[in-house]
Write a protein that binds this ligand. Structure first.
Ligand code: HEM
Length: 449
């Protein structure tokens, strides 16, 4: 991956990514509200309607919402691939994903086929517009490097996830027969290991060394890991499809290879973070550490389940889902928001800097104490939810309340930064520093050309 300066002048208007980033925590609060309302039912079976509603409020409303916003921001910056008409694409995608997620979740909760159908159509349109816009931008980009090639992989995985999601939604809503039972496994597999996992890997190669001042990831890993994961996902899909959803030895071997790949990625990230040159505490680093620990725990638990001589309780599947979703993806995304949002705001304010007036640095926009408090609440919610898998009838309620508090605090923190975008003159412009100190690594990797 080339380490040249980021092409920040090609970035879209700040309203494009921010509308996604500010909406996401609201869906975290909604997921917590459904957990509070439906209680133990959500944790008893991963396929109960209430569990599927919470799953999609999280995977679509929180995770994908941030990932889509981040991609619209990152494509021009990392791969020289600006999206044409970014405001229109953002408006349609944001509306489709937000409205579609609400409708899909309500369809699960109330057992209403028309809501499932409406949600499926809205999500299909929202994601289709995003995918076409991103694919066109990547296709047209003159840049030919590993970063650009790597960005194709999560996009292609999203195509598969959405196509299979729409198929599953149509089968539930319109009662259409499923062409193949494997779709039930392939949809979450491509969503988590492809769309979310491959984007996290691609982003980590650039941002972990940049923000956390670590050595680079090993070159063979940067060259082959993501492509290997994508290839094995494809082989696993073919094997499951041929056997109509039955897990034969080849499909199990593929899935174990995928688990090993993600454990290897997580272990490497933890080792690199131990070798970092800047030793000051950093909240994003703490989020990444929790995320990587949960990634290892989710994969090891899954492997233990595969090799267990006896049938394990359904709660183990729920635990794996919790570790992968809230523990890994939720932690990384939350931590990254604390880097991306203040940095974009700082960058947005640069042209407004007048004589004698300097833009506040990132720490002034959002204090460490505010971020650390929300981090602690996030970890408490995760711990309570894991404990609630064992004792749902009592612990699900404090777990839901803590998760809701985490989402609300995240929103409040992001809004604190947004104040500076809304009201940049002149009271918000400090006089201490014109640099985004102390993060990201100023002047080295992020050059304002
Ligand atoms: C167009 C968007 C989507 C639609 C319409 C959709 C629809 C569905 C439906 C209907 C199910 C139930 C499957 C069944 O009855 O077996 C399901 C399950 C699931 N979906 Fe989605 N989905 C979408 C996007 C996503 C995305 C983007 C992710 C992840 C990033 C995701 C993750 C999951 C997970 C984890 C399950 C549970 C599967 C299990 O535990 O076996 N979905 N989805």
């Amino acid at each position: 991956m080339h380490q040249a300066g980021l092409q920040l002048e090609q970035a879209p208007p700040i309203s494009v990514p921010f509308r996604f980033f500010l909406t996401a925590p609201i869906f975290l609060v909604l997921a917590a509200a459904v957990l509070l309302w439906r209680g133990p039912e959500v944790l008893e079976s991963r396929l109960s309607p209430a569990a599927l509603a919470v799953t999609h409020l999280f995977t679509l409303g929180f995770m994908s919402m941030v990932m889509v916003g981040a991609m619209m921001q990152l494509l021009p910056v990392l791969a020289g691939a600006p999206i044409a008409r970014p405001r229109a694409v953002a408006a349609i995608t944001h509306t489709g994903v937000a409205f579609g997620t609400l409708s899909l979740a309500a369809g699960f909760l109330f057992g209403a086929p028309w809501l499932l159908n409406t949600g499926t159509v809205a999500l299909g349109i929202g994601f289709a517009v995003f995918i076409v816009a991103v694919a066109t931008a990547l296709w047209r980009s003159p840049v030919k490097d590993n970063t650009k090639r790597m960005l194709w992989l999560p996009v292609l995985s999203l195509v598969v996830t959405v196509a299979l999601g729409v198929t599953l939604g149509s089968s539930l809503g319109w009662g259409m027969a499923l062409a193949n039972v494997s779709i039930r496994y392939l949809h979450p597999g491509w969503g988590l290991l492809g769309w979310a996992g491959l984007l996290a890997i691609g982003v980590a190669y650039r941002v972990v060394p940049m923000f956390q001042i670590t050595p680079k990831y090993p070159t063979p890993m940067m060259k082959y890991l993501a492509a290997g994961v994508f290839l094995v996902l494809a082989l696993w899909s073919v094997a499951l499809w041929i056997d109509d959803g039955t897990w034969g030895p080849f499909a199990i071997a593929c899935a174990l290879a995928l688990a090993a790949a993600y454990v290897g990625f997580a272990a490497t990230t933890i080792v690199l973070q131990q070798l970092r040159r800047r030793r000051q505490p950093d909240v994003t680093l703490s989020f990444w550490k929790v995320g990587m620990a949960c990634l290892i725990a989710a994969n090891v638990t899954w492997a233990l389940r595969v090799f267990s001589p006896t049938e394990l309780p359904e709660a183990v599947d729920v635990l794996i889902g919790l570790l992968a979703l809230l523990g890994c993806a939720g932690s990384i995304i939350n931590g990254m928001l604390y880097k991306i949002v203040p940095f974009l705001t700082w960058f947005h304010l640069q042209p407004l800097t007048g004589a004698g007036r300097l833009v506040p640095n990132m720490k002034e926009m959002l204090s460490d104490a505010d971020q650390r408090l929300q981090f602690r609440v996030h970890v408490a919610a995760l711990a309570l939810l894991i404990a609630a898998v064992v004792w749902p009838s009592v612990l699900v309620y404090p777990a839901a309340l803590t998760l809701g508090a985490s989402g609300a605090l995240l929103e409040v923190n992001l809004l604190k930064v947004l104040r500076y975008v809304r009201n940049p003159m002149p009271s918000c412009l400090g006089s201490r520093s014109s640099h985004p100190q102390p993060t990201p690594a100023t002047g080295t990797s992020m050059q304002h050309k």
